[in-house]
Design a protein around this ligand. Structure first.
Ligand SMILES: Nc1ncnc2c1ncn2[C@@H]1O[C@H](COP(=O)(O)OP(=O)(O)OP(=O)(O)O)[C@@H](O)[C@H]1O
Length: 248
């Protein structure tokens, strides 16, 4: 569903992404971890067609994103770190408006209510202006949009930052439901709790390169922490250490 072939993005001499080869299959949840500046958001933006690759290819359902970004984007729903909605419109009105742009005919109001409920937005909030929503509530409107469009691929950029534990659990449940329906999920995160609950595979990026790619089932809780932390160690450090051991 999502394929990167030697995908590279350079800014001058500096490679933000360096020769990424990656496949995310239908129904698979792949979580990308790694330090700040590792190239994770760049990877998402290349799949979304927001950036042009310097070389290599990003494919969405076989469509080359750089050659035909509009067709590629039809298969994708994207949850950015900062969700932008119209603050003076309600969740219901925002959803109706954006679906009107994305679909030939917008669904009736009853269907919009159902979608928002399925995404976890409390019914009383659906008709309130989004300007008064929390981050998690705004995110649920975007997830309702993804549900309505039956997007085959879901890209999420640090979706749990700023969410409370209940909202994180609800987000995890929704991701699992979408993946069970066959959606491919590519999620960038620093949150190991959601990785543990939803990931089928875990990738770790560092300095523009994918340096680890492991089935989640092969990782114990401590194994996942070690995998995560070892790439925060300075170059040349001997062996991984857990945060309490390194004082990080
Ligand atoms: N427009 C740009 N011009 C120059 N360099 C850029 C630009 N956008 C990103 N970069 C660089 O590309 C590298 C990868 O950035 P990217 O945002 O993909 O990292 P990230 O892994 O998502 O980090 P974070 O966890 O902080 O979000 C960084 O070194 C960043 O400074």
């Amino acid at each position: 569903m999502l394929t990167a072939r030697q995908l590279t993005k350079a800014y001058g001499a500096r490679k933000a992404l360096d020769g990424l080869d990656l496949e995310v299959g239908g129904g698979e949840v792949l979580c990308l971890l790694g330090p700040n500046g590792a190239g994770k958001t760049t990877t998402l933006h290349l799949f979304l067609g927001l950036l042009k690759p310097t070389s290599g290819t990003a494919l969405v359902k076989g469509v080359d994103v750089a050659a035909d970004p509009i067709t590629a984007r039809r298969h994708i729903a994207y949850v950015p770190e900062q969700v932008q909605l119209y603050p003076h419109l309600s969740g219901l009105e925002n959803l109706g408006y954006f679906l009107g742009l994305a679909l030939p005919a917008p669904p009736p109001p009853e269907r919009l209510h159902t979608l928002l409920r399925e995404a976890g937005l409390p019914a009383e909030a659906a008709t309130r202006p989004v300007g008064g929503y929390s981050k998690g509530m705004r995110q649920k409107v975007v997830l309702a949009l993804a549900l309505a469009r039956e997007a085959e691929a879901l890209l999420l950029d640090e979706p749990t930052s700023g969410l409370d534990p209940v909202s994180i659990r609800e987000l995890g449940n929704l991701i699992k439901r979408l993946s069970a329906r066959g959606a491919s999920v590519l999620m960038v995160t620093h949150d190991l709790s959601i990785v543990r609950s939803v990931a089928h595979r875990v990738g770790v990026m560092k300095a523009g390169r994918l340096v680890e790619l492991t089935p989640a089932a092969s990782l114990s809780e401590e194994g996942l922490e070690r995998l995560y932390w070892k790439h925060f160690e300075p170059e040349g450090a001997t062996g991984p250490s857990l945060p309490h051991a390194s004082g990080a």
